[in-house]
Design a protein around this ligand. Structure first.
Ligand SMILES: CC(C)(COP(=O)(O)OP(=O)(O)OC[C@H]1O[C@@H](n2cnc3c(N)ncnc32)[C@H](O)[C@@H]1OP(=O)(O)O)[C@@H](O)C(=O)NCCC(=O)NCCS
Length: 184
């Protein structure tokens, strides 16, 4: 199967505590609520205020997309915990970008982000055929960096002053994981 076909036929991924399903319009209310979380907006560097219509249009585009994979993260009761995303497909070089966000501070720090990330990178490497997954994380977010390291991402470098937030310059830590890297 081609990479595009694999991404379009995005499966349900199961982990011990989570189910990762195709993200889409049925999670509109949850995504709108998550966009009100000021801490998450800072951690992800999100400044734009999206309207409900814009978010709905975005979620509708995700279903069946063949150049990205967006998963809604659900717990054992089916509650929406956040999203984990592979995007920016570079087809020629078998590379994608990774990002994740758990919706509320109450669900962070319990290993859910790491558990979801492991399942997604494993699928991308072993089933889709991706070779390299990269991400960047702001230097004020060591918890996220630690979670990524537990998945198997390694630091490649530091991009200086990539964001101006509340009058302060913030660096980005650049990380990546290759299909051939150890999976801790
Ligand atoms: C980033 C995120 C996905 C990580 O998922 P998570 O389930 O909270 O992470 P985990 O609980 O698996 O791991 C967090 C690790 O960071 C560590 N940690 C937390 N705060 C830390 C700090 N200030 N310094 C160093 N390590 C820290 C924890 O101890 C834990 O490591 P351990 O298991 O070795 O003890 C999640 O917290 C999240 O969505 N945060 C908000 C949005 C965000 O930051 N997105 C990423 C943008 S790049």
């Amino acid at each position: 199967m081609s990479i595009a076909d694999s991404l379009a036929a995005q499966p349900v991924l199961r982990t011990p505590r989570l189910t990762l399903v195709q993200h889409g319009p049925e999670y509109l209310d949850e995504v709108m609520a998550a966009l009100q979380d000021a801490e998450a907006m800072k951690l992800t560097g999100t400044r734009t205020e999206f309207t409900r219509e814009q978010v709905l249009a975005h979620l509708e585009r995700l279903v069946g997309a063949d150049e990205r994979a967006d998963f809604a993260i659900l717990d054992e009761s089916g509650a929406y915990l956040g999203e984990v995303v592979l995007n920016d497909l570079d087809d020629d070089n078998l590379a994608m970008n990774y990002r994740i966000g758990l919706v509320a501070s109450g669900v962070r720090g319990q290993g859910f982000g790491t558990e979801a990330g492991r399942a997604v990178v494993e699928w991308a490497f072993d089933t889709v055929g991706i070779h390299r997954i990269s991400l960047d994380v702001f230097s004020f977010n060591p918890g996220a960096q630690r979670s990524y390291e537990k998945i198997g991402f390694v630091v490649e470098g530091r991009a200086r002053d990539t964001m101006l937030w509340d009058g302060e310059w913030v660096d980005s830590i650049l990380m990546s994981m290759l299909a051939t890297d150890p999976r801790p």
